[in-house]
Design a protein around this ligand. Structure first.
Ligand SMILES: [Zn+2]
Length: 299
């Protein structure tokens, strides 16, 4: 039995971090994209869902992620305002609807769609999200990625070299996207730079995968690298390392309690990391959800 009934939009809002309340969550109308230049020709677009990265090259744009379906018109307008050409390719960091919702509209506007090879199958049929107890409807065929990435793919995009690398962390089909020349890495939802993460344990995500994924992202970083998280502000590698430490600490606490025989309810009731919860348990997912996600994915 869940603590509260969750509507599609409320779940979407939770994933987006705009859950000020059900009324606010269901209204995408006032939300606009905020554009920030991270490097010449490379822009961060922040709307309602996951952070979108735009890379210009050769008179075309490559996007990483595409926010919600309800934000698609605004996303197209925000990309047009960059005056760097049409979106020719959109890459998904993972299959969630706050990251690929704009894919149908982008494809209709002429973009090719790419994602890890597990993504089209998940998008093509109804899915269920653990912990949130939320049903996700199938996406239309036109919104499905047709370029499927296995372990790695390297793209030349104008002057930029873009590396895609599969990790199984937030979901089983995450892609970490590295812009070598710009020294920017999009970590997707391996990194929620605003609160505890969601971990999609029904689709191959796990706390240990999250930790390994963040460790991998750190290996790509120099001191000046800008890390784009799935949600929240752009971070330094040092800030991401702090976040990794929180995940490692919480994983250790929950795994130790579980191995000792404690039930999920007992661990939640004990509030074993109350000091962390004060800082990280407010903006996105509450401690009881995070504890459950760890619980589901440790022995
Ligand atoms: Zn996600």
């Amino acid at each position: 039995m869940k603590r509260f009934p969750i509507s599609a939009v409320a779940a979407a809002a939770l994933l987006a971090g705009v859950a000020a309340g059900p009324a606010a969550a269901q209204d995408f109308g006032p939300l606009q994209f905020r554009t920030e230049e991270l490097a010449p020709g490379v822009h961060l677009l922040q709307g309602a869902g996951g952070n979108v990265l735009a890379c210009a090259g050769g008179g075309r744009l490559l996007l990483v992620d595409a926010d919600y379906e309800q934000m698609a018109d605004k996303l197209l307008a925000a990309t047009a305002a960059l005056e760097s050409g049409p979106v020719a390719l959109a890459v998904a960091t993972h299959w969630h609807f706050d990251h690929v919702g704009g894919f149908g509209a982008l494809a209709a506007a002429g973009a090719m769609l790419a994602a890890h090879e597990s993504v089209p199958g998940w998008m093509a049929s109804p899915q269920h999200l653990d912990v949130l107890d939320h049903d996700v409807p199938a996406s239309p065929a036109a919104a499905l990625p047709r370029i499927c990435v296995g372990d790695t793919l390297t793209l030349r995009w104008g002057d930029e070299t873009i590396g895609l690398r599969h990790v199984a962390g937030h979901t089983g089909g995450d892609l970490v996207v590295r812009l070598h020349r710009a020294d920017v890495v999009h970590a997707g939802d391996l990194f929620f730079n605003c609160g505890y993460p969601y971990i999609d344990t029904a689709h191959g995500g796990s706390i240990d995968g999250m930790i390994r994924g963040l460790q991998y992202v750190l290996t790509l970083c120099g001191p000046a690298t800008r890390v784009v998280p799935g949600h929240g502000p752009v971070a330094t590698p040092t800030q991401m390392r702090v976040y990794l430490g929180i995940l490692e600490e919480y994983r250790h606490i929950v795994a130790t309690e579980k191995a000792g025989g404690a039930t999920l309810a007992e661990i939640v009731a004990a509030r074993p990391a109350a000091s962390l919860d004060e800082r990280w348990g407010e903006a996105m997912f509450p401690p009881e959800d995070f504890i459950e996600m760890i619980w589901l994915s440790v022995p």
